[in-house]
Ligand binder design. Structure first.
Ligand SMILES: NC(=O)C1=CN([C@@H]2O[C@H](COP(=O)(O)OP(=O)(O)OC[C@H]3O[C@@H](n4cnc5c(N)ncnc54)[C@H](O)[C@@H]3O)[C@@H](O)[C@H]2O)C=CC1
Ligand SMILES: C[C@H](O)[C@@H]1OC(=O)[C@H](O)[C@@H]1O
Length: 253
């Protein structure tokens, strides 16, 4: 039980990677607070899975693009579970669109959810951890897209690079408080975010063929790396990033 006695907060946790990570942390002994935006049924189902594991779970609604959501999530989660040991910034969107006619609203919404939302969430979580005085771990679900581009992701990849950069800077700002800050870089993981994009069979086969381990990722593939960064096993790891991509990034030819 690597996370026994720890409290973990996860944003965007009603589905996909966030939900897998929330339940996975409970499986390793943590109590978990989930932020979700609209999918109450998904959030309730995740809480039920956490409770079935004998842990405490709570789902709190809020749009991360609204800076007020961050303070409210942290305050409500702390009131319900007592403290925050680990904060996972996971919520994100990727509405695929071409560059030359990118709608202003699509660009701005992607920035607000993925990057601005992350900034205020991480700030709120860090303030609570500093107040508690017992350190902590902050994990950002960045992406392989922090390192490489995408024709239909010109609004998205800068948010993932920005998130990685944010973790590097806050690792410095928060080191004196023993709060560690790291990024995970998932490759292509099969979730709702890319369901439409990968419905193109040719594209899906191509993406699979790029992965040395021979398959696209599943949300559960992010559980082990998250638990590692959340746990005391990574006590001397901060400002770091970990690719979780089946080897896709290094596969030039
Ligand atoms: N699936 C993939 O291939 C990869 C995903 N990622 C990142 O992983 C994170 C999770 O994505 P997936 O699980 O794949 O997709 P997903 O679409 O299944 O999950 C995204 C979650 O974020 C939530 N969310 C979206 N907007 C929100 C908002 N304004 N406020 C609160 N919650 C909001 C959604 O409700 C959903 O629960 C995202 O940050 C994504 O960029 C990174 C690399 C690869
Ligand atoms: C949504 C995409 O399939 C996914 O998102 C990422 O961050 C990865 O780079 C993939 O492109």
């Amino acid at each position: 039980m690597l996370l026994a006695g720890k409290t973990v907060l996860v944003t965007g946790a009603s589905a996909g990677i966030g939900r897998a990570v929330a339940v996975g942390c409970a499986r390793h002994g943590a109590d978990v607070a989930l932020n979700f935006s609209r999918d109450q049924a998904g959030a309730d189902a995740a809480v039920a899975e956490i409770e079935a594991l004998g842990r405490k779970g709570i789902a709190i609604q809020g749009d991360v693009a609204d800076p007020e959501t961050a303070k409210a999530f942290v305050a409500q989660a702390t009131a319900a579970l007592g403290c925050i040991d680990v904060f996972v910034n996971n919520a994100g969107i990727c509405p695929f669109h071409a560059f030359l006619d990118m709608p202003v609203e699509t660009f701005e919404r992607t920035m607000r959810v993925n990057l601005h939302g992350a900034y205020f969430m991480v700030q709120a979580a860090a303030n609570q951890m500093v107040k508690q005085g017992d350190g902590g771990s902050i994990i950002a679900m960045s992406s392989i897209s922090a390192l490489v581009g995408g024709e239909y992701q010109t609004h998205y990849t800068p948010t993932k690079a920005g998130l990685h950069s944010l973790m590097q800077s806050v690792a410095i700002a928060l080191g004196k408080h023993n709060i560690r800050c790291n990024s995970l870089f998932p490759g292509t993981i099969l979730t709702d975010i890319n369901k439409d994009d990968l419905a193109d069979v040719e594209k899906r086969r191509y993406m699979e063929s790029r992965v040395p381990l021979g398959r696209l990722g599943q949300p559960d593939d992010l559980v082990g790396p998250t638990v590692f960064l959340a746990s005391d096993l990574s006590a001397y790891v901060t400002g770091a990033s970990l690719l979780v991509d089946g080897g896709a990034y290094v596969n030039l030819q």
